[in-house]
Design a protein around this ligand. Structure first.
Ligand code: GDP
Ligand code: CA
Length: 315
């Protein structure tokens, strides 16, 4: 396998699905050649704490401390703080681990002291001995809002965690997107990247908020490197989570053709699973068909390597 390890690579990632491929890429690329642009539209405030679920998932995965059973949270973490909240009569619907809590406490405190979310994120990563660059797409507020048939408008975590993504989605939008500024570091990283990988993250919940930040689409369209997306669908179904359900509810097609259409104008290539080989094709976008299920570390590194080789060989 020919690896283009002198290439500069940027990954666009959400949480669990994105973090799997990010892990593989980080094993193959030197930290100064690899940047991750992270989603902040899942961020929310709880008990005064600033929680960034997707940034944390990527960070814990890179640090090797993520809970392997869930992909998010910290392995071996306990939930005593939640028990105490229950003792006070609270209904703690969002799972905060005791160790995990330290991350939210420090992030909140450092933000309060005037650091940007980008600075806070780097400081947390270095604290966990991770040298990779994980850049929030913006340092400004950005929040996914979900209009549901059953409950009207819900904040993202209420929809996703509290209601376990069961309500029917009528409309999604990203509050704050018009005012949000693409961070300079993100703009620079994308501007100098040889390869941009859209991870197999939820297109409508994890990648769309990145694309909604003004300047992001233009920066991608003006890229000098290649941009490839990895499908989060295997056999026409999401590996996990609501991607397929929501996309259907929004009238979007679940197929290579549907994804290529969703990312129209941005892709030089699309990576799909063997199981989707016979689905409507990606309309002129070159396709790499491979095994995209990443369960073990080896599978994550293998897929990352295949993608880099494919892009390096001219797509
Ligand atoms: P979230 O923020 O935690 O929901 O995570 P992401 O948005 O980054 O990823 C969610 C998506 O990852 C889902 O749509 C899954 O189908 C996809 N996914 C999870 N594991 C895998 C995998 O092993 N292979 C592929 N191709 N997709 C995966
Ligand atoms: Ca997420």
């Amino acid at each position: 396998m020919v690896l283009i390890t002198d290439a500069k690579v940027v990954a666009l990632a959400g949480g669990v699905g994105g973090a799997k491929l990010v892990y593989g890429l980080a094993k193959l690329l030197p930290p100064d050649h690899f940047t991750i642009v992270g989603n902040v539209a899942d961020d929310f405030e709880l008990y005064g704490l600033h929680i960034s679920p997707d940034l944390d998932t990527v960070m814990y995965t890179l640090a090797g401390v993520a809970n392997p059973a869930t992909g998010w949270g910290i392995k071996g973490d306990t939930r005593q703080m939640l028990e105490m909240l229950r003792a006070y009569g609270e209904d703690p619907w969002f799972g905060l681990g005791d160790r995990d809590l330290a991350t939210h406490l420090l992030r909140t405190e450092w933000l309060r002291q005037g650091m940007t979310l980008s600075e806070v994120t780097t400081r947390l990563l270095r604290g966990l001995d991770v040298q990779s660059w994980l850049l929030p797409v913006t340092d400004d507020p950005l929040a996914t809002m979900v209009e549901t048939v059953e409950y009207g408008v819900l904040g993202f975590q209420e929809y996703f965690v509290r209601h376990r993504w069961q309500p029917t989605v009528r409309r999604l939008w990203f509050e704050g997107a018009e005012q949000a500024r693409l961070s300079d570091a993100v703009r620079d990283a994308l501007g100098t990247a040889d390869v941009i990988v859209m991870c197999p993250s939820n297109p409508v919940l994890s990648i769309a908020p990145l694309l909604a930040v003004p300047g992001m689409r233009e920066t991608l369209a003006a890229r000098r490197g290649k941009c490839v997306a990895v499908s989060p669908f295997i056999g026409g179904k999401a590996v996990k989570g609501p991607a397929e359900k929501i996309m259907r509810e929004m009238g979007l097609e679940i197929s290579p053709r549907g994804l290529a259409g969703y990312y129209a104008g941005l892709l030089d290539g699309l990576v799909i699973d063997e199981a989707d080989r016979d689905q409507p094709s990606a309309d002129g976008v070159p396709v790499l068909v491979t095994n995209t299920l990443m369960q073990s570390s080896e599978e994550k590194v293998r897929l990352a390597g295949e993608i880099l080789s494919w892009v390096g060989s001219g797509t």
